[in-house]
Design a protein around this ligand. Structure first.
Ligand code: GLV
Length: 329
């Protein structure tokens, strides 16, 4: 029996890759640079499955070029690069990887909070620049117990961050599009966005990127924050107006920022944000642990195999929008 053809963009960890190769004929793009559009279009022309990463834009044009496509999956929880409505229109289920990355991402977010408030990476720079030996003083950090943490975007990862902040004695408030019914269980109180901006000592952003959240943090929002505030983004870079953030850090409107995501990504070496001393940036590594990435790869392959076999997928974003398969418009 012929194996179904699957196009794989990017790397996939073993043993998931091996499993995929056992059941499917896999064509993989694993180069540093993004796949050129003409090659992508050529490859998807006869593909039945497609695994993408966020360097690929999945839109109607791509779907029109892929008449045999039965399923798409991505090794991430965020899918702002994918036009879900178009996938649903073409009756193609799209799978992502929620759940399995919650703890790793919450740990990274909380690490950025601790590193920022205790100025850990500055300490490391201080040592490497020989300042210790020269007797220069290192600036003091701040405590987090008793301080207010504002979480913007209260999904599973937000709840896991709230749990950690509670354990560290923080007062946790959150803002979300919809208020959660289990405020008490997650140990966080719902507040308006305005209140959160004004009252938080630290803000952690975890909201997905959408039309509503693009540029959510701009000049006006930074102006409302405390001058001692620490701003942390672990969602998507475009939720923040980068120029406004640079200015807020330069002028002292806020004290500090830590970002796991940036706009653009990656940052050019001469980007002004890299010249600031009151910022810490990590290269989009929220879910990057061996265990988590292995589980994400496994879930992605399970999603693809289920979609190819017309079985329900473990994590499908548009399951409710797809009724009859393979009836393409
Ligand atoms: O950014 C990472 C993800 O969306 O999983």
């Amino acid at each position: 029996m012929n194996k179904p053809k699957v196009v794989l963009i990017g790397a996939l960890m073993d043993p998931a890759l091996e499993k995929l190769q056992n059941f499917c004929s896999v064509k993989q793009w694993d180069e540093q640079q993004s796949i050129p559009q003409e090659i992508l279009m050529e490859w998807v022309a006869d593909a039945e499955g497609l695994i993408v990463n966020n360097s690929v834009t999945v839109n109607e044009e791509l779907l029109q070029h892929a008449p045999r496509l039965k399923v798409i999956a991505q090794v991430s929880v965020g899918y702002d690069n994918v036009d879900i409505e178009a996938c649903s229109k073409y009756k193609i289920p799209f799978g992502n990887t929620p759940g399995v990355l919650v703890d790793a991402t919450a740990n990274l977010a909380f690490s950025l909070l601790l590193c920022s408030t205790r100025r850990i990476h500055e300490g490391w720079d201080f040592i490497r620049s020989n300042s210790w030996a020269l007797g220069h003083r290192l600036a003091l950090g701040t405590d987090i117990a008793g301080k207010t943490l504002g979480i913007v975007g209260m999904g599973q990862i937000g709840a896991a961050v709230a749990q950690r902040a509670n354990a560290f004695g923080m007062n946790v408030i959150y803002y979300n599009r919809n208020r959660r019914q289990d405020d008490e269980k997650i140990g966080a109180a719902y507040q308006s966005f305005e209140f959160l901006l004004k009252e938080s000592d630290a803000i952690i952003v975890l909201t997905p990127l959408s039309q509503e959240t693009r540029g959510l943090f701009g000049p006006a929002e930074f102006r409302k924050m405390k001058s001692t505030a620490c701003f942390i983004n672990v969602s998507r870079g475009s939720v923040v107006d980068t120029d406004a953030l640079v200015e807020a850090l330069q002028t002292g409107e806020i004290a500090y920022a830590a970002l796991d995501v940036t706009d653009p990504e990656p940052l050019a070496q001469d980007h002004p944000i890299l010249k600031l001393s009151n910022i810490l940036i990590t290269p989009h590594i929220g879910s990057a642990t061996l265990e988590t990435r292995t589980a994400m790869a496994q879930l992605t392959v399970d999603n693809i195999l289920a979609g190819l076999a017309d079985r329900p997928m473990a994590a499908c974003v548009n399951a409710s929008k797809i009724t009859e398969k393979n009836e393409k418009p």
